[in-house]
Design a protein around this ligand. Sequence first.
Ligand SMILES: Cc1cc2nc3c(=O)[nH]c(=O)nc-3n(C[C@H](O)[C@H](O)[C@H](O)COP(=O)(O)O)c2cc1C
Length: 258
Amino acid sequence: MKNYNKEIGNEIKQNRNFMKSNFVRMEEIETDQEKKLPQPPLQKPHDEDSKLTSLPKVDKNILKKNDIYRCLKERRSRREFSEEYLSLEELSFLLWATQGVDKIIGKGYATLRPVPSGGARHPFETYLVINRIKDIEKGIYRYLPLSHELLFLFTVDDIEEKLTLANFGQKFIGDAPLIFIWSCIPYRGEWRYHITAHKVMLLDAGHLCQNLYLAAEAIGCGTCAIGAYDQEAMDKFVKLDGEDEFVVYLAPVGKYRP
Ligand SMILES: Cc1cc2nc3c(=O)[nH]c(=O)nc-3n(C[C@H](O)[C@H](O)[C@H](O)COP(=O)(O)O)c2cc1C
């Protein structure tokens, strides 16, 4: 290993170990699933009287590129977006492509979605910053994948500036018409995979964002994966406790000029 000072060297070693599979440890572990403890809900619960917006049924006629080869070939990280509004149909498609639920299996045991997830645990929630979507008020929302609806959460003053600050000056994020913020509820994975859950959940996150890249490309939009963000500031931005739920990934979306 490179010559780091002792403290940093230990941290790097720990982080490298986190990247490795530790499923061999499962032999000595009894998971909460094996103990028959209740399974965490498939979707974060919300108040009965919440303001909900139904999303239009996913319509593949909105696709501008039907060709998977073209979507793969032309996919790039986009950091310049036009002022154009996105439609609800486009939002509906992007949400389905990333987290939509196609099927519930095993009497509520798991969901099957366009993205894979280790053990079908799907440990993520999708928060949205909506700046410019036709017929939707600006604000912070959460996607409800089980019913394909939007849950209005709250408004934030100076959204663009706050996001720029929370993302180390990456101004294109807050300026985008739509920003995906994915959080992780780690217990959803831990319930089944205990200490082996965490690497798997981060691998899951990659799939999520790749689907967003390809789905956005197919409708003439672009996105950029964001890993360089201020953890505390982003958790605060979406009002998460930072322990049982925290932000893991972000992606602004908008129309780009090819
Ligand atoms: C996990 C991950 C984190 C990333 N974080 C950022 C980021 O914080 N800011 C940014 O501008 N680009 C970010 N990117 C985009 C990469 O810079 C980009 O994928 C890379 O330069 C290759 O370009 P391409 O995506 O156009 O092929 C990230 C990409 C990934 C996969």
